[in-house]
Ligand binder design. Sequence first.
Ligand code: GLN
Ligand code: ZN
Length: 786
Amino acid sequence: MTTQTTQTTQAAKAAPLPAATPVGYPRIGPGRELKKAEEAYWAGRIDHAEFARRTRELRRATRARLAELGLGAAAAAPESFSLYDQVLDAALAIGIIPDRFASVVGPDGSVGDDGLFALARGTVEQPPLEMTKWFDTNYHYLVPEIGPDTDLHLASQRLVELFTESLEDGAGTRPVLVGPLTLLLLAKAQDGAPEGFDPLDRLDDAVAVYAEILAELAAAGAPWVQLDEPALAADQRLTQTDLADALQRSVGRLAETVPRPQLLVTTPYGGIDDLLPVLLATGVEAVHVDLTRGGLPTVDQLASVGDVQLVAGLVEGRSVWRTELPTAAARLAELRTRVTAAGGSADAISVSTSVSLQHVPHTLDLETSLPAELAATLAFADEKITEIVALAAGDVHPGDIDGPRSVPRTFEGVRVDAVRERAAATTAADTDRAEYAVRAEAQRQALGLPDLPTTTIGSFPQVGEVRAARAAHRKGTLDDAGYEQAMRDEIARVITLQEELGLDVLVHGEPERNDMVQYFAENLEGFATTEHGWVQSYGSRCTRPSILFGDVHRPAPITVGWATYAQSLTPRPVKGMLTGPVTILAWSFVRDDQPLGDTADQVGLALRDEVADLEAAGIGIVQVDEPALRELLPLRVAQHEDYLDWSVRSFRLATSGVQEATQIHTHLCYSEFNVVVGAIDALNADVTSIESARSRGEILEAIDPGAFPRGIGPGVWDIHSPRVPSAEEIADQLRRARAVVGPERLWVNPDCGLKTRGYAETEASLRHLVQATREVRAEAEVPAGA
Ligand code: GLN
Ligand code: ZN
């Protein structure tokens, strides 16, 4: 009780959060300064002092920019800088360093930049921390590894240093840290941890270190600290009751510690429903809610709001569309009414984004070639900050609905009647093929493949000349004919190599594609591409998602020329290679004016035309990749069915128009196979290749022969590592897989495309793969369980 009083007094003295503040801001830099500095440092082109100078300059420029946009007040700008990943930062802050990296910890228990990069990127001795997708986004975080004896302690001064530095640059930022509950829910048990150990078992210890961090930040003069708890918006392995309890034991405990700065807890990526009352009652000073995915909280859910300042995530932080400000203003007014009805203070509400702006590019200002009508409907990070500032200031007028701020999207290409009519006319027959047994027999006759057919996932290593030719063609220094010839030469080389290696189903190697989604976006109608719209994918890696703004259709064949050229060079079957609708949506910025499923259908139909043209041109096998099928799976289980329904439908629209003898493949990666195994089955592909080197047992268990009666290729070579697997280990994997799957259904392939690999390890690994397959083919099958 005493603590409660102290705290209230403390909070009353301190300034409230500014009226407008985003959850986070991109850190890569408008000119990808962070990427460039890191890559120069890693390659040894600059020393650590120069690296530090460049990242310091990036932070100074970022803070100046945010002040210019209206976030100059103390704690208005979140401190979003991270050298690599915010989850890694939080793990390091509290000393979650796996034993296998003990050598990176200094004598004082701290970890410097080089140690951080060692965990993130691996060393000669140690593979890096595993990387996986952050909620339902295309951002990847590093998975902390923790054990029962991990020495949790303050291992990094980064937060205090960044805050102190921000004071030099102005009024001071708001330190941001992934919260303890989310951090441990995203962590995994380190190798060798006892059976049954759950990272959450360390919650109390973690909270104790967070409390130390808060005390240090208070001593440094930070008025506010932000803890991000996105895990509250996703269904977890805990029940809601256990989650509420863990929230109390983490955030609740931290709220009781003294001294500490005022606390803002954010809950991005969705609504938190019944956990909101729990969070509001923890004693923190401010709570952020995502009001774009989650609905407005009810008066009941706000019952414990009291003095808590609500931070209203009214502006969608992960799309590139302008906010309809009058609508957002009306929702803000309704929220004020409800907060007042619940006994809180309506004036205390701040306006924010739904999630960190790290998922959108920095600014529209750099774009010079977007069609003006389209550009007028867009908002990147800087423009979204302008929106929250305007909303907070009440600078929104009913007339804005027709004014410059919310431009109706009615320009050319947004609605194409023929596309809509075609989509509306599709029936169940368009997503059906003949029975699998009939197809399998027709394909056996047409293709004449051996048991355990060998193949690859599509791309071959992208050598320097290929990239140079693509770049020169884009710049205009290499003409169409020269480019065509360069690609053909590469295709011929890759075909010859595959024949020499003895692979059964060949690919053209995808040299013409810089990116498996952008390539299709550039060749389909309905998409626009940006010049500088880079978004961090992980570490120094950025992607430049296309903008899907209009009705999608295919003006002309896209891949047919390359595939038929490849096929003309060899008697063996060449697989046509396409990117599936869900993946195209997942890795683009997609229109939000119609259900995703409607957009997916349009993409599916456009691809259906491409599949038909490939088939007509004599390509007997077509692969439609869906590596992002898992990524877009909703965070709430209740929404899975609807998602799987439309995602499967769009894939089947793309692939069901073919003859029985035409073999449809699909490829999935980054998949927790178990979660989507039903959907994979529903895709109805003849052959599914799937990444499995890092989770092999799991995948073989999930492949119940009864439930998955078609061809399957669990990857036998982990292409994310430069390591060459031996023929023996591949043969072992094949024997195990054959025992589960049976010889008629097992395919032999690597985990994923080979684009990022070098030729030396690719040739050696594929040689082993073919050799292992020949050995296993020659052996009598050992029955399962033997
Ligand atoms: N066909 C693609 C390739 O081989 C698939 C890539 C992926 O799954 N991410 O590159
Ligand atoms: Zn893959």
